[in-house]
Design a protein around this ligand. Sequence first.
Ligand code: SAM
Length: 167
Amino acid sequence: MGQPLSPPGGWQVEVVASDIDTVVLATAAQGIYDEESLEEVPPAMQTAYFLRGKGNMSGQVRVKKDVARLVKFQRLNLMDENWSLDGLFDVIFFRNALIYFNRETQEVFLRKMLRYLKPRGYLILGHSEHVPWLNDSVEALSNTIHQLRAQKRPAYNGPERRRRRRQ
Ligand SMILES: C[S@@+](CC[C@H](N)C(=O)[O-])C[C@H]1O[C@@H](n2cnc3c(N)ncnc32)[C@H](O)[C@@H]1O
């Protein structure tokens, strides 16, 4: 039997999961994965957070309701000028999507994303995604983990700020 979900330190966890594709979002919301995809997840976490399928679901796992209810799925087109996201995030995971966009657009997205991070928040990218040009705003703690630098506003200079200047 799994243990009830209790994040350390009494944290209240909320996750916003976004994509442009509503089919992708619907699939993700099911929370069903092949067992092999948990290979690198410690056994205790597997037991605590996943249910193993039986019968025709054999070989698959499903995220437990306790975990699933922490996640809000939301369609978001990164190309939109305004992203309908509320509040600031401790961590943003943005993996394996940069490749879809040219360098200039990548920089617009990432600098805009940094504005949604809390002070000293983290941006997690994919293993092959290198962004040395973002080093003025983030410190690379590892290949994939980037931390917002202290007391430095990200140098996003997109449409929102330009519009404010014109007012
Ligand atoms: C290769 S998948 C990576 C998904 C996930 N991050 C992962 O690592 O498994 C890239 C995703 O980017 C999404 N995407 C492409 N263009 C987008 C856009 N303009 N706004 C938001 N998501 C977009 C695609 O729908 C696709 O689901």
